[in-house]
Design a protein around this ligand. Structure first.
Ligand code: BGC
Length: 370
């Protein structure tokens, strides 16, 4: 019976199947495996979770499947991640190093295996095994902090507290360099007085600092990109500072996570009457802090752009060409080609336009949007 009606049964099957398919929309296309591996530093900071999400969104939209691994703050784990990806046969590695110098060994292993190495957001240092650097203009980030604080200050003798990122992160130097570019002339002319770094005070008349000089200052004011370290350091600085060092205060905070920790510490000090504090990353919690007047500004580094740049660069390598470059960054050994992306200063005045109207985050993520 079945055999007799086989053609009919087949036709029916095909019809039912195509009906099912049209009911479910387009037949699911198989995701193409892209021979690219991605290694990010840690899941413990919202910044890198955001990069992961934006990578997944972009790759899914393009119909690609790739592996994203986290190093959880460990250079050893990072090297294992890279080795695992090499074994799996990736042709391009997109890696944001936990520690810029320690990552050189992982980059060299990849390079030896014929894998192109794209340094993502943070530069891998002290090796020739880096092919390209996908980044924002990090000096411009620091300059945006300095510019913001200068615009808020008037007269002379304004109290300035400096905080920096981790010395193991090359970006901490670029951000600091940018801040110094803007602030140093205003420290030299007496507009600002540094309150928490004897090394910075000693160098206050020097417009351009060497890496070693910056390292000395960063050594005194590093947060290590860690909220608790930032909080502890701010509290220690406030304990030493006199009432006259407080009042209205200007604070260079190196990113949003540490800015919230430092802002909370300053807000809790009864001798601090008003403070202006910087940040970066436009983390949701900091966007809410800005709306609530608890953080003064952040710098939006649109991660969608960085992710798109990284994918474009990876595809260029897979197709046998080279990604566009507009400048280079010296990593201690070579000048690494790069095409840095622009950044945006965000304050309460433009938070709605820059964050919500731009489609970066939905309005429903925040309360009391202006
Ligand atoms: C990134 C920042 C981030 C910081 C801490 C830097 O290298 O550029 O966006 O806030 O690391 O993770």
């Amino acid at each position: 019976m079945f055999r007799k009606n086989l053609p009919l049964a087949l036709v029916t099957l095909v019809i039912v199947f195509s009906m099912l398919l049209s009911a479910c929309g387009k037949p699911a296309e198989e995701a193409k495996a892209l021979s690219v591996g991605i290694v990010l530093p840690t899941k413990d900071e919202p910044r890198w979770i955001q990069d992961e999400t934006r990578f997944r969104d972009a790759l899914q939209a393009a119909g690609y499947e790739v592996e994203i691994l986290f190093s959880q703050g460990s250079s050893a784990k990072e090297k294992e991640n890279v080795e695992a990806l090499i074994t799996k046969g990736v042709k391009v590695l997109i890696i944001c190093p936990q520690d810029g110098t320690a990552a050189a060994a992982a980059a060299e292993a990849a390079n030896k295996a014929g894998v192109k190495v794209i340094s993502y957001d943070r530069l891998i240092r002290d090796t020739a095994a880096v092919d390209y650097y996908v980044t924002f203009d990090s000096v411009a980030v620091g300059e945006a902090w300095g510019q913001y604080l200068i615009e808020k200050a008037s007269g002379t003798g304004n109290n300035l507290f400096l905080y920096a990122g981790a010395a193991s992160d090359n970006n901490a130097f670029l951000f600091f360099e940018g801040a110094w570019n803007k602030l140093q002339p205003k420290i030299a002319d007496g507009t600002f007085v540094i309150k928490n770094s004897s090394e910075a005070i000693a160098l206050k008349d020097k417009a351009t600092l060497t890496r070693d000089e910056m390292a000395k200052i960063i050594g005194q004011v590093t947060t290590n990109w860690d909220f608790n370290t930032a909080k502890g350091l701010a509290e220690a600085n406030l304990t030493v500072a006199t009432a006259a060092d407080k009042g209205t205060v200007f604070i260079v905070a190196p990113n949003d996570g540490t800015a919230r920790a430092i802002a909370d510490a300053f807000a809790a000090d009864k001798d601090v009457t008003q403070f202006y504090i910087t940040g970066q990353d436009a983390e949701k919690a900091s966007v809410q802090y800005i709306i609530d007047g608890k953080q003064s500004m952040t710098v939006l580094k649109d991660v969608r752009t960085l992710v798109a740049d990284a994918i474009t660069a990876a595809v260029a390598y897979l197709e046998g060409s080279t990604p566009d470059k507009t400048t280079t960054y010296n990593n201690g050994v070579i000048d690494v080609p790069a095409k840095p992306s622009a950044i945006v200063t965000v304050t309460k005045d433009n938070v709605k336009a820059a964050i919500v109207d731009s489609g970066y985050y939905p309005a429903s993520d925040f309360t009391n949007l202006p």
